[in-house]
Design a binder for this molecule. Sequence first.
Ligand SMILES: [Zn+2]
Length: 248
Amino acid sequence: MLRRAFLGAMGASLLSTFAFADEHNSEDIWLREDQKIPFFSVVKKLDQIESTVGYAKFNLISFDEAIKIARNYPKIEPFTSAELAYIEEVFYEDPIKYGFYGKRTCFSLSESINEKDVIKIPHSGHYLYRGHSQESFGHILKDVGNSIILTSGIRGIVKQLSLHLEKIKSENGNITLATRSLVPPGYSYHTIGDFDVGKRGWGHENFTPNFARTSEFWSLQKLPYISMRYTLGNQDGVRFEPWHVKIV
Ligand SMILES: [Zn+2]
């Protein structure tokens, strides 16, 4: 049995305290040889689907819609059975083996987002759920000011799958390391209401621990109606994410 799985949740908090984002570990799990062909073709296909539907809309599409788009657009090939099997494996396997201890937020690969329940946030390329998420973001804008922006809102299963696989690719196939910053589809709180914020004009710096040094971050800390999902040494085994607002 893998040491991480054996240690369970108790050990998870300890390990995650010391396991920082770019630290390799001998227990890390890498993409298997037999996964490599479907992995790269799924990454490519998801990229083609995103180019077809557009960046913002890609956040919302369901897996069934993605399958339909791949089938109907001549430039994209339909998903093969090997690709579908790989996607199912990613969605349904237990990520505890990668050192991730968070809860599942989504139970079926074919879950979809009702467009009536969401609202597009101007100039962001992202959506929020109407109600609690939208209201909280509105209050944040009012309380922190115009320098705070939405950097990632709702992510459906397809978007989260795409981000997760892109991260595995950028970590050269190290799934354990990738999972620490981009959780598998089915485990993201973005799918059910959390969102990320950043400082206007900061670009990718917004997704680094440096965000915790901004005055925007400290203003957020004072707001009683929100909290941080992934604190330093969190029990889920996710890296420190000062930009991720816990809503649900
Ligand atoms: Zn986030």
